[in-house]
Design a binder for this molecule. Structure first.
Ligand code: ADP
Length: 483
């Protein structure tokens, strides 16, 4: 933190109504790599959440009435400030979240790219005129912002999960209140500081850091002034929030858990497949909702693939994300480490073979060694649950039909990946996978131009792309009669 004490992007109060807001209680934010205390952040109360929502409701009238080009210009200024402060923001992110600095820099650029994308899309909210069934009538359709949007976000992308929701909401003309994860509020508060510097008006972008997720969540899903809630996090919490939103029939976007299959067919370029798997598995130490969770390798190429994979995994450098050349940082907290370890142990007890890893780097600390398990099967928890850690669980398969059935045998449906060079198979498998996103010969698929989101219990709504704006707009039909 020492390098950051001079930075005016380190904030420890909350932000709403265009002002920094203190609280009676504070909570500690620590560095998962070292345990070092980074900041004591104001712990917002449900009553304060109501104030923030009221501020957003007050700002909605003037923000939504601004010409789209003006909202667009403000979002672009915000985006440019993110890029101008990329190094500082990345360091802050690594300190509170743990991911390697290079990944953190990537996340800031990725978050900024949504601000740019939606700044551009803001100007293209077109309506329709529809031929009417009667000569004296005309049908017009206009699109309007839904109103006050609330967001609840996770710790794995402390900047980008907020930027990509706020970008779409603000572009559409909505105002926005976000509760970041308790582990990573500093990146959210830094975003608020830059929003203020960019000239985003008071009440338009508001941040409530808090340890009272339930209490704040209740306000953000139930307050009558709230029109919509956008959530990224676990399926379990998502279901609770959906039920709460149902009371007031609020709009929702839910980006929930995944259980991504990664399939390697025998006709694949195995080197490319290993590279894709490394990227999709070990990014953020395996802690993303689109990280590969289950790896299926066609039996004829399993020995060859497994050998190449072991070489790639052995080359990974694990350590404090601020050190140069690190590939893998710590897991987010003790509970995360224990969960990953118990999944590995459970698989081994049930007959899986440990190829490497399977323990922490040191007896204490949150660094979990990159791990490969083989002989895994569908009955094991490591296959059924989201691992959220650096563990590759290898299974073999014989036929295309068999692996497609196995890949789809989950309640989740976020991202799926497969490697093949057969064009017929590429179409069959892409269309047969019950997922919102499919990477074909590609392990990293998310970008602002593409629609990110899932099916089944991975949620609904899309973030990014032309579809992402629709989630924050409502359709109004105007009937002109007596013409
Ligand atoms: P993760 O496993 O990634 O921490 P969670 O779903 O637990 O996923 O957390 C995602 C976000 O949801 C965090 O901001 C967390 O504080 C918040 N959250 C957790 N429980 C609740 C709840 N009952 N109501 C509202 N928000 C919650």
């Amino acid at each position: 933190m020492s390098t950051l004490t001079q930075s005016n992007l380190v904030k420890n109060d909350n932000y709403w109504q265009g002002r920094w807001q203190s609280a009676a209680q504070r909570f500690a934010v620590t560095n998962p790599a070292t345990g070092e205390l980074l900041a004591e952040v104001a712990d917002a109360t449900p009553a304060q959440a109501q104030q923030a929502v009221s501020a957003a409701a007050e700002a909605f009238g003037s923000w939504s009435a601004l010409p789209a080009a003006e909202r667009s210009a403000l979002l672009l200024r915000w985006q440019q400030l993110l890029l101008a402060h990329q190094d500082e923001l990345a360091l802050l992110l690594t300190l509170e979240q743990g991911k390697p600095l290079a990944e953190a820099k990537g996340e800031i650029a990725y978050g900024a790219s949504y601000l740019q994308w939606f700044a551009e899309e803001a100007k293209r909210v077109y309506g329709d005129t529809i031929p009417a069934p009667a000569a004296d009538k005309r049908i017009l359709v206009i699109k309007q912002p839904v109103g006050v949007v609330t967001a609840i976000t996770p710790w794995n992308f402390p900047n980008a999960m907020i930027a990509r929701k706020a970008a779409a909401a603000l572009a559409a003309g909505c105002t926005f209140v976000v509760k970041p994860a308790q582990q990573t509020p500093l990146s959210a508060l830094a975003l608020a500081e830059l929003a203020a510097q960019a000239g985003i008006p008071a009440g338009v972008f508001n941040v409530l850091a808090s340890t009272d997720a339930k209490g704040i969540g209740a306000v953000l899903t139930k307050d009558p002034l709230v029109a919509k809630c956008s959530f990224t996090g676990s399926t379990q919490v998502g279901k609770t929030l959906l039920a709460q939103c149902a009371e007031g029939v609020k709009r929702v976007s839910m980006e929930l858990g995944g259980n991504a299959p990664f399939i390697v067919f025998e006709d694949a370029d195995l080197d490319a497949a290993v590279q894709g798997l490394m990227a999709s598995k070990f990014r953020n130490a395996g802690q993303t909702c689109v990280c590969t969770n289950r790896v299926y390798v066609q039996a004829s190429v399993l020995p060859q693939f497994s050998q190449k994979l072991q070489q790639a995994v052995a080359a990974l450098r694990i350590g404090n994300g601020t050190a140069p050349g690190i590939d893998l940082g710590p897991l987010i907290d003790e509970a995360a480490c224990q969960k990953v370890h118990s999944l590995v142990q459970d698989a081994m007890t049930a007959g899986a073979e440990l190829i490497c890893g399977g323990q922490r780097q040191h007896s204490s600390g949150l660094f979990y060694l990159p791990t490969i398990l083989t002989g895994v099967n569908a009955a094991m928890a490591v296959v059924q649950q989201e691992i959220f850690g650096p563990v590759v669980a290898l299974q073999s398969f014989d036929s295309e039909a068999e692996v497609l059935a196995k890949a789809n045998a989950t309640e989740h449906g976020l991202a799926a990946y497969f490697y093949s060079r057969d064009i017929g198979r590429i179409f069959r498998v892409s269309e047969g996978l019950s997922y919102g996103m499919v990477g074909v010969n590609e392990g990293i698929i998310s970008n602002a131009a593409a629609p990110f989101g899932g099916v089944k219990q991975s949620g609904y709504g899309r973030e990014g792309s032309k579809y992402g704006l629709e989630d924050y707009l409502t359709i109004k039909y105007i009937c002109l009669g007596g013409l």
